[in-house]
Design a protein around this ligand. Structure first.
Ligand code: HEC
Ligand code: HEC
Length: 203
């Protein structure tokens, strides 16, 4: 009960600070501040827990050394795999216990009717949302480009990194996997600062 109350209070403060900009006014545009915040967030985007599903090639990666996924698993047009090697055959709505077992995560809360279906997949071939081998400048511009980011506004991008279960999974990745160098709260705070200060990109 206490934990729930704390969680609701946290949610409410996140909400009011994103609507009011904290003290009631939006922070001023600040290119240097925005770039610095993006460089912090970049450490998470390019961590194996995120990058392994945002590969430059056609195959998911695995492990802290981001090796190609075993069994030559491939993206497929919709990101769910090809032929018999569909991601959802092995990856469920939650992590399986034990090291080297398949990780899993559910659909977002908004998609209530799909909460029991496996969700684990790569971005689709048409918009592969590549994080691997992107410089900070390249990734920053790509994340702001609606043609390449799945048509997200900056506010929707912030919502995605705050709430999407695949993002949250990065901090609950199952036994034997490391977590990104910032906490989820710190990461969201950096993305929010980057956007609120005007979304400038490193050069
Ligand atoms: C035949 C079963 C199987 C299929 C099909 C499969 N996976 Fe996996 N996957 C696994 C197992 C098992 C692991 C854990 C490997 C380990 O930890 O050594 C894994 C690990 C991963 C990881 C690594 C997580 C990390 O950060 O280390 C990613 C990413 C991943 N799979 C994505 C996918 C995607 C995307 C698909 C579909 C395109 C897919 N997998 C299809 C069984 C499968
Ligand atoms: C299981 C694979 C998987 C993992 C793990 C994953 N993502 Fe994604 N990500 C996706 C897919 C698929 C999409 C496309 C939206 C969708 O289909 O839900 C996406 C979309 C995104 C987007 C919005 C589109 C864009 O411009 O890139 C962001 C931002 C993002 N992911 C960040 C992250 C971060 C940060 C992490 C790690 C903490 C992460 N993702 C981990 C699969 C994954």
């Amino acid at each position: 009960m206490l934990a729930l109350a704390a969680c609701l209070a946290f949610g409410a403060s996140l909400f009011s600070s994103s609507v009011n900009g904290g003290g009631g006014k939006k922070p001023a545009k600040d290119d240097a501040g925005a770039r610095a915040a993006f460089l912090e967030a970049y450490k998470v985007f390019t961590h194996p827990r995120c990058m392994n599903c945002h590969p430059a090639g056609d195959q998911p990666l695995q492990g802290d050394d981001s090796q190609p996924h075993f069994y030559r698993v491939r993206r497929g047009a919709d990101g769910n795999g090809v032929f018999a090697a569909r991601c959802g055959n092995c990856h469920q709505t939650r992590n399986q216990s034990g090291e080297h077992s398949p990780p899993g995560a559910p659909h977002p809360l908004e998609e209530k009717e799909r909460r029991n279906e496996p969700r684990w997949h790569l971005p689709p071939a048409a918009t592969p949302m590549v994080f691997e081998r992107r410089t900070p400048a390249q990734l920053c511009r790509q994340l702001l480009d609606k043609k390449r980011n799945g048509k997200l506004t900056p506010e929707q991008l912030l919502h995605h990194v705050s709430h999407d279960p695949l993002v949250l999974w990065g901090w609950n990745p199952g036994e034997g996997r490391s977590v990104p160098p910032l906490s989820h709260t710190q990461f969201v705070e950096q993305v929010k600062t980057w956007i609120e200060k005007g979304g400038a990109c490193p050069q």
